[in-house]
Structure formats: C-alpha cells, structure tokens
Design a protein around this ligand. Structure first.
Ligand SMILES: [Zn+2]
Length: 680
C-alpha cells in the first residue's frame, strides 16, 4: 500500500539537500511581517520554482487592523540597528547588547528609542509582575531589568507606571532536558506582540550571566544611578506578511496540506528552518518522481505552505474558506532536524485531538514504524530504530492546532522533536541540525501526503483495517492499564471494595468513550473510498468488530476486578451511587458555550478589551494554571454549541486524564467578556 511510495521516495529524498535549505533559511531574521521573513519566503519560492514546482508568494496586509478569524494581523516591523551600552559608572562602561552580534539581543518588534537614542537609568525589578514589586521603586522614565513575564511587566511597568523600556534576562530550566545554568550565555527569544493601541516601548535581551552581573552592579552602587545608552533604529508600519505556497496539482478539487512555519529570529535553525526545509525536500522529491513518471500524478492536490506560525495559517485558511471542506488532511512539521544527542528530544508523532478523530494518526504511525525499522538484531529476527522516538496524544502549540480544530476539521498530526534544550534561544544554530533526521522526516511527510493524495477504494480498505487494528490494540492496552491502576489503588488504604466498584464504573465510561473515538476514526476513512459500494460493507464489519471487542474487554476487565475482590474477601462489591452535582457542577451544567469564530481563539488583541480588573484576572488565571492551558484548548474543541461546560469538562477529562472545572468556568467566562465566545 504505502510501502512502494516509501521505497521510491527513499531513493530520492536527501537529508543533505534539506540541510542546505535549512542553512539558507536560517540566514534570515524571520520575524512575522518583516523584510527578513519576506526574504526567506522568497528564497523558498524561488528554490522550489527552480525545481519545477508551481510555487508562489501569497501576500496579506500587515496593517494591525485586519483580522483573519479571531487573529489580528501584525504590523510589519523592521530594524536596521540596535545597541545597549552601559555608560555609568564610567569605569564599568561596556556594550551590553548589540543587534549586529545577535538578533536575539533585542526584544523583537521594539519601537525606536525616543529621540533616536537615549541615556536612561536602570531599575532592577524583582519580577515586576505584581503591584508589590513596585512599592519601593520608581520606574517612570527609566528602563526596568526583569526576568518576569514580558507581557505582564510591559503592562505593569510601562503602561501603568511610565517606564521607557525593558531589559530582559530571563531563562528557563526544564529538567532533565535543560538544567540550571546550562544556558547561562544564551539569549532567549523574546518579543512584544502589539495589538496596536499600546504605549510604544523598546527592549533588550541579556544573557542570564550578563543579567546577574548587571544586577550585582546596581546593588553595589547602593542607590547611585546605573545608566545605559540605548539606541533602537526600528520602524513599525503598515506592510505585508507572506506565505510560500507550492502546489503539486491533482485531478480532483480535494487536497492534502503540508504546513511548516518559516518564521523566528535568525538563525532558529531547528525551530523552524528545519520543518520548512523538510517540507521543501518532500515537495522537491515528490515532484521529481512524478515528473519522471516513477509515481503517477496524484488524484488529489498536495499543497505545501510555509507560513509565519499561526498568523500565516489563519490567513491561508480565512482566504480559502470555501476550500477547507476539500482539505482531506494536513501534516505539520515543527523542529524536525535536531541532533538528538545534543538537543535531547525524541522524534514524536503527535496525534490529532480526540474531538477530531481520524485515520491520519494510524497512517502516520504505520509509516513511522517502517522508518524505525533501521537495524536488525544479531539473528535478524527483529528490526528497530537507532534514534529516539515516541507517539503522543495531542498537545498543540503549533499550526496543526488550527487545522485540527473541529470548526476547521482538517485532521493534522505533527512531527516534532521535543524537548529541545536550545529551543527559542540564540543557541538554536545550524551545527545542531542533523541531515539524517531531516531526511527521515521528509520521507515520512512525502509518503503520508502522497498516499492520502492518491488513495481510492483499495487503499481505503487497507487503511480502515489498519485504523481498526491500532484502535483495538490501544483499547486492549488501556483497559489493562486501568485494571492495573484499580487493583494497585485497592492494595492499601481504606474502602478497597468501594474503590474497586468505582473503578468498574469508571472503566465502563472509558471504554464507551474510547469506542466512540475508534468508530469515528474508522468512519473517517470513508472519505477516501469514492463512495465505492464494497467499502460500506468493510466499514460496517470493522465497526461491529470493534464494538464486540469493546464488550469482550469490558467483561474481561470486570472479571479481573471481581475475581481479585473475591480473593481479597471483598465480594460482593458495593453499588456505586451517583453523587449529587456540586455547586460548581450545577453552574457549569447551565453554561453552554457557543464559539463565535472559526479556529482556535487568538486572544492577544482581545485581552485589551477587558477592564483592568479582568486583565489582572486573566493574567492570574494563566499564571496559576500554566499547565492547564491544554485543558482550555481541548475544551474549546469539544464546545459545539450544544454541550454544557460540565459535559465539555467531562470529555476533557476522558481525553486528557484530568480536568479542572473551576479553571474552565473562569476561562470561558473571560473569553466571553472578550467577545470570543457566547453562552447559549
Ligand atoms: Zn517556536
């Protein structure tokens, strides 16, 4: 089925060619809506044209006024030069940040310094996120040194208290991939994201080491001013933002989309020159094989889009709204070039969210299995991978989260390497890119896209059975994991009988949820089958098999639990009573969120419509629930205008294994105040 494609493509795809693309793209400073982004997009288009592909630049207004769905178009930004120099105390004078050394040394989208350049005092903030941080410091007319949340510090220090600019020296730790001090000399990617009505402000970025030194110096001066000279020669104006779109034409009006973001500061080699390069290489290799007649012209079009992350996808989809229902599937490539031993993370297939069940996951996973079969054991009885790899549930954070949103409905897995120690820092450089990884990803991408583009009833019959088999395997393993968890929980502590009884009722809910997702995933294949009459019978058989398997698994699991209960002398198990709804649950059951925009909400400009109190509440909610953002995303996907927030929250729990109703009630409440959702 897909194997002949994989084999043919495997002979043409070159990780080294993809590496050269990375090298070229990473020369450009690719801030969304900037001359550097335009140059990178032009490079990609000209290069693909050179290989004979139909490639074009698509231009959109970058005016700070137009919206694509809920997403506000940035204004264009360009910067000629920027520098921050310490000038007082004179004996310590030195350059602190220079644009010509690293583009990361500036907070992106900085406004020009007032009067061309300025001398200004530095004030050290604790974090600068709370009112209390400003009790004993006057920041008006000064620059603040902070490692707090940039947006928040901007609002607190600049907008509310009149600071002129920000110096940022923040870093992360993400053990075990990134330990304390490992990035002491790296600059972190930092940007203002203007909504348009803010007070202008400039800002610089220091390495954590330089930041520490400057903080020490301010302390040593004991109140004597520490001053810097700052110059930012930049412009923010109405301009344009571009996507590169290359097309392998098919014969029907349906299409498969390959997306990668081409933006980010120079060099940002892995994030995401690598994804753009892998997409380009998949396009080049496929086109060549089609032109040579090695692969037939596909039935459906394959469209490659290299875009400024999110903004470019919103623009592309909003512009082609009538085509969306013809987009059969997508794939997103993000950070796919990592040298694994240096950067840390495995290559991951991230599945679609469960509100958008689809065949795409099984297809990408079976291709992945083939690519993983790299080397054999001594006896030759098994093959396996030499690289790190994983398959994970949906987590979002890149362009696939727009495609896979049920209001868009184009199922899109993502290939990504995560974690990456150097992500969003000046250390994300070309020497950390592995041509072999790029080659693997280009091969997987090309095989996936071409298989879907060319699939008909025959392929659908195979794919449906592959989907059903994988769903069944996942169901069996998950049910057994639940049994293990239930029995383990009942080993110690109080009320083991009650725990086991509850486990059975939970298990029933989970199995029926899983089955509904599995059945939908199998049904999604139908789209490829051209209404072939034989296919209907195949689908029916697979679905009834799945349902039968669900029943069998349920019985087996319940039996295992009750047998265990008997062996422990706990039988018969007590009946589980349905509890009464708690106050919050009653409230949530009366809220039916209705989405007002297609695609995920892009809250940036909308937050500014809130009152100061509500903005504070939004900030606090985000800070206290940093790990729960995914719950908000998933809840939006499940919110179909008919489900109550309580039902949505229960689905989120089934999908993510956890939920937080209090968070979701506050989250949707604030989105409603912003005008992004309504309550029916
Ligand atoms: Zn990124």
């Amino acid at each position: 089925m897909f194997k002949p494609i994989l084999e043919k493509l495997g002979k043409e795809v070159s990780g080294d060619i993809a590496f050269n693309f990375v090298s070229e793209i990473s020369r450009h400073h690719r801030i969304q809506a900037s001359p550097g982004l335009r140059a990178a997009v032009n490079y990609a288009v000209e290069t693909l044209k050179g290989y004979g592909l139909d490639a074009r630049v698509h231009e959109y207004p970058a005016d700070g006024e137009s919206y694509c769905w809920s997403s506000l178009q940035f204004k264009e930004w360009s910067c000629r030069d920027a520098e921050l120099r310490l000038i007082e105390p004179a004996e310590e004078a030195r350059p602190l940040a220079r644009w010509s050394e690293s583009k990361f040394s500036l907070i992106q989208r900085s406004h020009p310094t007032p009067g061309g350049c300025c001398e200004v005092e530095v004030v050290v903030l604790d974090k600068g996120e709370e009112d209390a941080d400003y009790k004993r410091v006057d920041v008006e007319g000064k620059v603040v040194l902070t490692n707090g949340d940039l947006n928040r510090v901007y609002e607190m220090a600049v907008e509310r208290r009149g600071a002129l600019g920000i110096i940022f020296d923040g870093t992360w730790v993400r053990p075990p991939a990134l330990l304390e001090g490992e990035l002491d000399d790296a600059l972190r990617y930092t940007s203002f994201w203007w909504a348009g009505d803010e007070k202008p402000c400039f800002g610089f970025v220091l390495t954590p080491r330089t930041g520490r030194w400057l903080r020490e110096l301010v302390k040593k001066q004991r109140g004597k001013p520490v001053k810097v000279w700052a110059k930012v020669d930049s412009q923010i104006y109405s301009g344009s933002i571009e996507n590169a779109v290359a097309t392998i034409p098919g014969e029907t009006n349906e299409e498969v989309v390959v997306v990668a973001h081409i933006c980010h500061p120079q060099p940002s080699a892995n994030d995401n020159a690598s994804g753009s390069a892998a997409a380009m290489e998949a396009a080049r290799a496929l086109w060549k094989l089609i032109a040579q007649g090695v692969l037939p012209k596909p039935r459906r079009t394959i469209r490659f889009t290299l875009v400024p992350e999110m903004a470019g996808t919103y623009a592309h989809l909003a512009e082609n709204e009538e085509r969306i229902s013809k987009m059969v599937a997508a794939i997103n490539l993000d950070m796919v070039g990592e040298k694994q031993d240096v950067c840390g993370g495995p290559l991951i297939v991230e599945r679609t969210p469960e509100a958008t069940p689809s065949f795409v996951n099984a297809l990408m996973e079976v291709i992945f299995d083939e690519v993983k079969a790299e080397v054999g054991n001594l006896g030759g009885s098994a093959k396996y991978a030499l690289f790190k790899h994983a398959v994970t549930p949906f987590s979002g954070g890149s362009d696939h989260y727009i495609y896979s949103d049920p209001t868009v409905g184009v199922p899109s897995p993502m290939l990504i390497q995560w974690p990456d120690k150097f992500w969003h820092t000046s250390y994300d450089t070309l020497d950390k890119v592995d041509p072999e990884m790029l080659g693997k990803v280009a091969l997987m991408t090309g095989t996936y896209a071409y298989f879907i583009a060319n699939a008909g009833p025959k392929e659908a019959i195979w794919l449906a059975s592959e989907v059903a088999a994988r769903q069944k395997r996942d169901l069996v393993m998950e049910v057994q994991a639940q049994v293990t968890a239930a029995l383990s929980a009942a080993v110690e502590g109080e009320d083991p009988g009650k725990k086991l009884a509850e486990a059975i009722s939970k298990l029933r809910k989970r199995i029926s949820y899983r089955l509904s997702r599995s059945v939908e995933a199998v049904r999604s294949v139908r789209r490829l089958a051209d209404e072939d009459p034989r296919y209907g019978a195949v689908e029916e058989r697979l679905i009834s098999e799945l349902e039968a398997a669900g029943k069998t698994e349920r019985k087996l699991a319940e039996k295992a639990i009750t047998d265990y209960a008997e062996a422990r002398g706990l039988a018969p198990l007590p009946r589980v009573r349905k509890g009464r709804l708690k106050k919050l649950e009653r409230k949530a059951s009366g809220i039916v969120p209705r989405r007002l925009f297609r695609g995920p909400v892009s809250v940036r400009p909308w937050v500014r419509k809130l009152s100061r109190e509500d903005r504070d509440a939004w900030w606090r909610l985000g800070k206290e629930h940093r790990e729960d953002q995914i719950l908000g995303t998933l809840a939006m996907y499940w919110a179909d205008g008919e489900r109550s927030l309580l039902e949505v929250s229960r689905l989120v729990e089934l999908e993510a294994g956890r939920t937080d109703l209090e968070y979701l009630v506050s989250y949707f409440g604030l989105l409603r105040k912003m005008g992004l959702v309504d309550f029916a």
